[in-house]
Write a protein that binds this ligand. Structure first.
Ligand SMILES: Cc1cc2nc3c(=O)[nH]c(=O)nc-3n(C[C@H](O)[C@H](O)[C@H](O)COP(=O)(O)O)c2cc1C
Length: 421
């Protein structure tokens, strides 16, 4: 079993005085990332909306679910294989779309793509990635990839992103619904820090022909920041980041214009169910709606002809005081009644969490912050370790609970406080 090999490797290295460079616990990963990263970079990754109670709720709800393992299942081999569309996945999870990964590591999404390819884990490429999707895809070999769309104010731009996603062989389109406006992110606000204004996390946009052809929006902001050393550093950082080079970008104001244009089209607060029908008509790719958190919305999604939903509260980054995702999973599973796939994220940290979500009826889960912190700790190797650790723990819990395959994980193996009647 994979988990036994992993334990053996770690314990034997321990004899030689080596301990894993990528911490195994989430608390350890978070602490190491905090030590390595700058204050604003860590704040952006770790932060949530408002008082961050949604982040806490996600964890508290998962901790309320208890596993009731079967003994004497005689499980000597476990298969975690999951058939998903045309792919056989080694384990029931994917890497969540995480924007601005250059804050965690220079190689950002490209390092993650290498880890995804070496572990055969599907990667959901973010609209806010740090590299154009074509460059990320070039690191993925034949590994499954999906594209996550932030539906822009410019329909033509969204269509162009979708065409590019088709061209790089995406198996599905993930449309994120919960970020039609950016949440009230107090840590970032306290530091006066937005990565986007510095030109970070907008590579999909400045590499897009439709984006580049959009007219520059008028500069009608009456607010101009005072000229300080910090402002000069920010201007240099922004202009050296974009293709074209520092001097040419400064002369042409290309980088500044690109950021202003991005801010004018980034999200679309007017997005509604008609837009889902429109997106459906634009592509043959399977569509997953990310951010659904209510049974009635899940039913609307099924009626809209999408292929699945990802129950998510964006890792607590959008609405403070939102219901946790795992708490609504049973009622959504019941309402949907097998009509489409249900995936879930927000707060998933361990193999035990994955087991609980599957027992409640999710097809699989998305891993978010754990891999972003692991990227900060050790680049591609860090992400590979993080994925392997979650897989190993899931495999052990399955074996220790009497489950030989994912189909054996069911609601009878857990208890939880949420009534679905
Ligand atoms: C730093 C950061 C950036 C994110 N960027 C995106 C994004 O670009 N698109 C998206 O749909 N979700 C984004 N998410 C949300 C994740 O896809 C996922 O829903 C969330 O991380 C799950 O919560 P968890 O990390 O606490 O498990 C981001 C999350 C974080 C932490």
């Amino acid at each position: 079993m994979l988990s036994l090999q992993r334990q053996r490797e770690i314990y034997i290295n321990g004899l030689a005085g080596y301990v894993p460079k990528t911490p195994l616990s989430f608390a350890g990963l978070e602490q190491r990332a905090r030590q390595i990263l700058s204050e604003p970079a860590f704040a952006y990754l770790a932060g949530g909306a408002g008082r961050e109670t949604t982040i806490d709720s996600n964890r508290q709800a998962l901790d309320k679910i208890k596993i009731h393992p079967h003994m004497l299942g005689g499980v000597q081999e476990v298969s975690m294989l999951l058939m998903w569309r045309e792919h056989t996945l080694p384990a029931p999870f994917m890497l969540a779309p995480i924007g601005v990964l250059e804050l965690a590591h220079r190689e950002a999404d490209k390092a993650v793509a290498k880890a995804a390819a070496s572990t055969h884990t599907p990667m959901i490429i973010s609209s806010q990635a740090s590299f154009p999707m074509e460059e990320i895809a070039s690191q993925l070999d034949s590994n499954p990839r999906l594209f996550q769309l932030y539906y822009s104010k410019s329909k033509e731009l969204s269509q162009s992103f979708i065409r590019r996603a088709e061209a790089i062989g995406c198996s599905a389109l993930v449309v994120t619904l919960d970020t039609t406006l950016l949440g009230w992110r107090v840590r970032d606000l306290d530091l006066g820090y937005s990565p986007f204004i510095l030109g970070k996390g907008i590579a999909q946009y400045y590499s897009d022909p439709v984006f580049n052809a959009l007219p520059d929006p008028p500069d009608n902001s009456s607010f101009k920041p005072p000229l300080t050393l910090s402002l000069i550093k920010s201007i240099i950082s922004l202009n050296s980041r974009m293709p074209g080079g520092l001097i040419s970008n400064l002369q042409s104001k290309r980088a500044m214009k690109a950021v202003r244009k991005f801010l004018s089209v980034f999200n679309n607060p007017g997005m509604n169910w008609d837009d889902i029908a429109l997106i459906r008509s634009w592509t043959k790719m399977p569509i997953y709606l990310k951010g659904i958190i209510r049974p009635d919305d899940a039913l609307r999604a099924a009626a809209a002809g999408v292929d699945g939903i990802i129950i998510s509260n964006h890792g607590g980054r959008q609405i403070d005081g939102s219901v946790s995702t795992v708490e609504v999973l049973p009622s959504i599973v019941k309402a949907v009644n097998g009509k489409m796939e249900i995936w879930i994220d927000s707060g998933i940290r361990t193999g035990s969490d994955v087991f609980k979500c599957l027992a409640l009826g999710a097809k699989g889960v998305l891993i978010g912050r754990p891999y972003a912190y692991a990227l900060a700790c050790g680049g591609t190797k860090g992400v590979v370790d993080c994925i392997s650790n979650i897989q190993a723990e899931l495999e052990l819990i399955m074996a220790l609970s009497g489950c030989k395959t994912l189909a054996d994980i069911n609601v009878d193996l857990i208890s939880h406080p949420w009534n679905t009647k």
